[in-house]
Write a protein of this length. Structure first.
Lengths: 151, 416
């Protein structure tokens, strides 16, 4: 979307360990209108491996948007966020923190680590769907991002 | 909380109070006994001196009787009489005076006693010599207090020892007992505190961690409803509806449990707060409910109190919210007042609602305690439990009086 010459699906990386939440996010995205390709990483290390295109992920394009949970096995969300934002090749990719925690210290910590936005997962399904749709539309259509993230 | 608990204060206070008591009792015993003893000795000595003087005077009287004119010149005769008393230990000086008080003769047992400090208060007793109903002379007899002082010193040393040990006993024994009790008390307080913290921690973690799976149940049941409502049979629709309802209610309970456990774990420091300002904010928050039920809220001038502002707000909101919610046939009228009680303020929230039966006065403050079915009045029954916890966290008390059918008044106290 950000690249006018690119016509493939929008790449979204969802870092989430709970399969229930993964499926819910998929369902919510399905209700959105944007043609996308969702990839899932079940833990922090796998997320970084995918982003750095290590091993089997070598041929994968970089995502246009990262949805990151905070409470993750192996490497937690904050560590993943920090690694992304310190990596020259990855730091421009918008990272949306999508978590159940509403704790003030989590919010502050995430923004300190340069998260692009912080969203507490609503408990209610309808709310959740609305929020996922609005994330999608805001970050993938409203916002103007620098071209060439994929390089 | 444990660091706020002033441990060992009872023994400290006791020690402060015991010190003067034990010191005065010890001193009293150490000094009163010797003083009394000396006084008795002194009196006995005076009595002895008096009797000796009397006996002497009688003997001289007989002499005078024989030789009314010449007796005073018969030196050898009265010297003989006086000599007899030189053998009596206590007597140190004997003097014979004529009717004018002029000294005729004087005997001093030894010069060793003269002017010595132990004789400063030495009794000197005199007895008149009577002849023909006239005083012919006087016998003056002095006794030494040396022995009396020695004996008093002995008594003093014993009573000092007794007094001092008694003072120590009076001071230390109650302290030892109290310290032991305090030790047990501290242990109990620690245990209680730990179990209370554990419980709060448990409630918090349970409700926090229960959110996650519940969100799953809730979301997928709703997703089912969203996708398949009307596409399956009517039974399925009903089952789904019940599942959704259950999940939503459980969500409510868990949220309430979280709110309840957060009163102590997430509270702010107490500060000086204008409760009137808090109340007007709360009334603003309740605007919708107030308009919907045509409620009238009135209040007196409210004081500044020491409180956690957001919790005080929650307290007012729950009480006023209840007052509006449990209204009778008439539109709800709620009045908030505060009355000064020395270092405390007694707040009251009075309504004209349906009232609470007297057997439930205590019960209504229990967590998840409800007096009505959900169909009559919705809610989980957490409101008053939270109120109670908030008031208790502020070191106050909460209670109510009520007349069924005509209204309830909730009272709570806060520190000024």
């Amino acid at each position: 979307m950000n690249d006018p010459y690119k016509c493939g699906p929008v790449e979204i990386l969802l870092v989430e360990d709970n399969p229930g939440d993964v499926r819910l996010t998929m369902e919510a995205l399905k209700e959105g209108k944007i043609y996308h390709n969702l990839r899932v990483a079940g833990d922090g290390e796998e997320a970084l491996a995918q982003l750095r295109r290590e091993g089997a992920h070598a041929e994968r394009p970089l995502p246009d948007l990262i949805l990151l949970d905070l409470n993750l096995p192996k490497k937690n969300g904050n560590e993943v966020l920090q690694s992304i934002k310190q990596d020259e090749a990855l730091k421009r990719i918008p990272v949306v923190i999508l978590t159940t925690s509403a704790a003030e210290q989590d919010v502050v910590m995430a923004y300190d680590l340069h998260a692009n936005c912080y969203i507490t997962k609503p408990v209610d399904l309808d709310q959740f769907i609305i929020i996922v749709k609005s994330i999608e539309s805001f970050w993938l259509t409203v916002v103007k991002l620098p071209a060439g993230i994929q390089q | 909380m444990p660091e706020e608990l002033q441990k060992r204060t009872i023994s400290q206070q006791l020690s402060r109070r015991l010190l003067p008591v034990s010191a005065s009792v010890g001193l009293l015993i150490a000094l009163l006994f010797p003083a009394t003893y000396y006084w008795l000795e002194h009196r006995t000595l005076r009595h002895t001196a008096n009797i000796y003087a009397q006996i002497l005077a009688e003997k001289v009287e007989r002499l005078v009787f024989k030789e009314p004119e010449l007796w005073r010149y018969q030196t050898y005769k009265y010297i003989e009489i006086l000599q007899d008393f030189k053998t009596v230990n206590e007597v140190t000086e004997i003097a014979l005076q004529d009717e004018t008080g002029k000294e005729i003769a004087e005997f001093s047992k030894s010069t060793a006693n003269a002017g010595k400090w132990w004789n400063w208060n030495a009794p000197a007793e005199s007895w008149p010599i009577i002849y023909n109903n006239r005083q012919a002379g006087t016998v003056v007899l002095k006794v030494s207090e040396r022995v009396a002082y020695l004996k008093t010193a002995a008594v003093l040393s014993v009573s000092l020892t007794i007094g001092l040990s008694l003072a120590l006993l009076i001071y230390r024994y109650p302290l030892r007992v109290v310290r032991k009790i305090e030790g047990e008390l501290d242990e109990t307080i620690d245990k209680l505190y730990r179990s209370n913290t554990d419980l709060e921690q448990f409630a918090y973690i349970a409700s926090h961690d229960l959110q996650e799976p519940l969100r799953m149940v809730n979301s997928y049941v709703k997703l089912l409803a969203r996708r398949y409502q009307g596409k399956l049979d009517s039974d399925a629709d009903e089952f789904i509806a019940f599942a959704v309802d259950g999940a939503v209610r459980m969500q409510g309970l868990i949220n309430d449990l979280l709110t309840y456990s957060r009163v102590n774990t997430r509270g702010n420091e107490l500060a000086r707060i204008d409760s009137g300002k808090i109340l007007t904010d709360v009334i603003q928050n309740l605007k919708l409910a107030i308009e919907e039920h045509k409620a009238t809220i009135t209040y007196d001038t409210l004081p500044t109190v020491s409180a956690d502002g957001s919790q005080l707000g929650q307290l007012f909101q729950n009480l006023i919210g209840n007052a509006i919610k449990f209204h009778g046939d008439a539109p709800p009228r709620v009045h908030i007042a505060a009355e000064n009680q020395g270092d405390k303020w007694l707040f009251s929230v009075r309504d004209n609602g349906i009232g609470i039966p007297s057997e439930a006065y205590q019960r209504v403050f229990n967590i998840f305690q409800r007096l009505h079915t959900r169909a009559e009045y919705p809610g989980t029954g957490i409101g008053l439990a939270v109120c109670k916890k908030i008031v208790e966290r502020h070191g106050g008390m909460i209670w109510l009086t009520s007349t069924e059918g005509s209204g309830t008044t909730f009272y709570f106290t806060l520190t000024a």
